[in-house]
Write a protein that binds this ligand. Structure first.
Ligand code: SF4
Length: 222
């Protein structure tokens, strides 16, 4: 993986997708981003944002969610799917933050280094590497690169990642080669590319704007 190749691919994806109106991503304070990201697991952006909006409307303070019965939380977030599991996860995370921080807030993350903030987030139940990186990128504006299944698949096909790199280690490796100014947009463009073109099955290689940079295509493995 070379920085120049990343810049070129970024430019081509920008040309292809920057005018898309589909770009949505978690936003707000770190805790808001954390809950949005938990809600986004195994569902579409559209459904998870609807679930998040309803939760905030019904329970406008995180303390209300922390004290609510799991069934009441699940009723608010049902549109996001896996409501029973996610309600328990959200309640558990909020209460553990309260226990650790003395209040339901992740504001202290702003004073932490990236690695300390990641360490803290990974200590919360049900928070994995991708979710923690999303909080740093979208909630704190840090140039930390979250890798989801789309990005992981595309990066392996492009030859940016070797086959033996695990998804949880991919972001840390890739980040070294991605200019800080491109981290957020490259993350969004690659997800869009995975949804529209470089799908898991039947990738649309003929129409792909970055096929000239793709090792799997060059080696006719796909
Ligand atoms: S050429 Fe095909 S496999 Fe390679 S990035 Fe494009 S769509 Fe994906």
């Amino acid at each position: 993986m070379k920085t120049q190749s990343v810049r070129t691919v970024h430019g081509k994806l920008k040309t292809a997708y920057a005018s898309s109106e589909r770009f949505t991503h978690p936003h707000g304070k770190p805790l808001d981003v954390l809950i949005q990201t938990i809600l986004s697991q195994n569902t579409t952006d559209h459904n998870s944002f609807r679930a998040y909006r309803k939760l905030r409307k019904e329970m406008p303070r995180w303390s209300l969610v922390a004290e609510a019965e799991p069934e009441a939380i699940a009723d608010c977030i049902r549109e996001g799917g896996l409501a029973e599991i996610k309600s328990l996860r959200i309640k558990g995370v909020l209460n553990l933050i309260k226990e650790k921080e003395g209040r339901i807030s992740l504001a202290r993350l702003e004073q932490m280094t990236d690695s300390n903030a990641l360490h803290f987030l990974l200590s919360l139940p049900g928070v994995g590497v991708k979710t923690a990186c999303c909080v740093l990128l979208f909630g704190l504006g840090r140039p930390v690169f979250p890798v989801d299944t789309h990005i992981f698949r595309i990066s392996r096909r492009l030859g940016w990642l070797d086959e033996d790199v695990k998804i949880e280690d991919a972001g840390g490796f890739m980040q070294k080669h991605i200019p800080d100014a491109c981290v957020l947009s490259l993350h969004l463009y690659l997800i869009e590319h995975g949804r529209r073109t470089c799908k898991a099955r039947n990738p649309q290689c003929t129409d792909c704007p970055i096929k000239g940079h793709c090792r799997a295509h060059r080696e006719k493995r796909i």
